[in-house]
Design a protein around this ligand. Sequence first.
Ligand SMILES: [Zn+2]
Length: 353
Amino acid sequence: MTRFSGVLPSLVILVGAFACAPAPKATETPWILAESAREYVTDPALERRMFQALDAAATAGTDPSISGYHVRAATVVEHEGADRAIVGGNTEWAGYPEAIHGETSLMNHVINLVGPEAARKDVGFLAFYTDGTCGGGGSCGDCRDYLMTTTRWRDLLMVCGSGADHTVHVSRFAKWVVPESDFPEVTPEATGLDRAQLDALVEAALEARTGGVLLFTAAEEHLGVAALSTEGEIYRAAGADDAAFHYRYPLGAVLQQAAAYRDYFIEAVVVATAPGHIPRISYRDRQYGYESSSFNAKRGHPPIKLIVLEQRPGEATMRYRMTTFEDALPGAFSTASFMPEAVDKFLEERAKR
Ligand SMILES: [Zn+2]
């Protein structure tokens, strides 16, 4: 069984029966707010609620049967006139390495108790209890997508309490968010790609976007993607939805296709959406890209170029914005972070070159 050796910041959940835990008694050793957290926590009532949440998070049930890493999360909201601590935690299932994450578990339980509007209005922080020390890493891409949908994420605080030294660290969730409009605009030449290769990628991405499956997806959210490998091959994919809402993400799909040809090192991906819009790159897809780019890093290749296309109204020519998955997903983690030797061995055995 695979074991992640390091600290997994955000693997996942919990059993419904424990979703609403009564606030436990305060721990014998009191929590200590780190000096760096004071800029975020000036209200003694907020500090008290964070500590209450950490006490509750310490009790959260988890089932990390693959990673062995417990994500114990909680928050405190007012419900029926009293502060209520609500917990969430990760659960993983073997066979396919899948999981429900602590963040999504927790917010789901909050919504179960107070409803989506009150959850969005009232959840000001998510607190995580760790037996070790707080590493400061961000949530996975999928959890970022979910928290951006279910919370007032611009104001959301992320709290980590260390069971080892009882210090409490606080940061803003928003520092892990990079809007696509912030991706720098570049000229075709500045992409560093051969013009013929860039044109071929653009054509492939636009053509891919004419396909896919979008029975539930808004047209402007439907993306076509093309990837160029270091072998010079071009792959393409489009988003696909279904009735179970198990969305097939286009960047994940194109990288999976390349991997099926043992073509693990990607030079660039180009993403297209409807004219008049900047493609919205989900944080889940950024996670897939980040993981793939970590393979590049292992072999000394540059990070994958993430290029998004924008066709503005009244303009015939395409505009280009370019960044990397490393910049588009700050505070990210990948398998290469936790199991560097395993990734080396995997690439040695599987990669074409
Ligand atoms: Zn997550």
